[in-house]
Design a protein around this ligand. Sequence first.
Ligand SMILES: [Zn+2]
Length: 301
Amino acid sequence: MANAEVELDLMELADLGQPLKLAHEIHRQLRVQFGSVPTQMPLAGIAAAVGIEVIDEHATDGIEGMLAIMDGRGAVSLHRGLRPGRRNFTLGHEIGHFVIPNHRFQSTKFQCAKRDMGQERGGGNWNQRPALERIEVEANEFSAALLVPRPEFNAERRKLGTACDVAHIRALAEIFAVSQEVIAKVYVQETDENIAIVTSQNGLVRRVIPKQGFPYLGLRRDMPLPTECLTLSFKVANDPVSNMVELPAHVWAENSRGIGALYEQVFVQEEGWAMTLIAVDEEEADKEDEDQDWNRRSSRW
Ligand SMILES: [Zn+2]
C-alpha cells in the first residue's frame, strides 16, 4: 500500500493554504480512493500526484531533504540512509513545501537541515518569527498531520486497549511508519489521560512531550533525569517495558499541589535511549469514588 498509485484532484487542494487543511483534504481524497487512509502513507504516489516528478537520494552534508521547483514541477532529494520513519517525515516535509501555496513565493529551492525538521510553532509570537522559519514549521505540521491521520490512528490505538502504555508508542510508530517522537506527540494529544512522554538518552533528557495542562516538570534538553525516577533504576530482565509504578509526585513534578497520584513507566530501548510515560491523577476533592478507581492502572500487573 505504501507504493500505491494515488490520484488527487489538485483543484480541491489549490484553494487551501493551511497545512492541516491540506493534509486533511489529501486524507479525504485517499478515503474516496481506497476506502480508508492507508496506515503506511503512499508518499511516493502522493508526491507524483501533486507534481513532484523525481525523488532520489544523495549523501548530503547536513541536509536532510531538498526540494527544487521549476516550471511548476518538483524534484526532491533525500539524505541517503535515513531510517524509514525519518525518511517518511522528511519526504512529507518536502511535499509540504511543494503544496503549501505561499512557500514557493518565498523560494523555489528548499534545503532543509535536521534543525529545520525540528522547528515547532511554540508559544511565541508567530508573526514575528522569520518567514523562512515559519515555512519550516508549516512543512513539519503538514508532514506530521499527513503521516498520522487521526481517525485511523484512533482506530489502531483502540485495538491496543484502553489504559495508556508506553509500549503502544513503538507499536503505533511501526504501524504508521513514522518515528516514535511523531507518534508520541499524537498519543499525548489524543488520550483523555493526563500524561507526558519524556525521551532520554544515557540519563539525559532529549524531549519532553506533555499534554496541555500537565504539571510542570522543569526539564529541558540535556538536563539529567530526576535521580529518584524509575527510568534510572529500572533493570531490564526479560521485558524492556516496566510496570506502571506509583511514585511520590515530587520525583517528577516541580510542584506537587493538585496531584493525587503520579505513575511512571519506562521502555528501555537501544543505544541508551529510553521512553518514559508519566501519568498523573488529579487530587480528588471527594474520596467516595476511590473504590471504583483503585485498579485503573492495573493493565500491566
Ligand atoms: Zn524545509
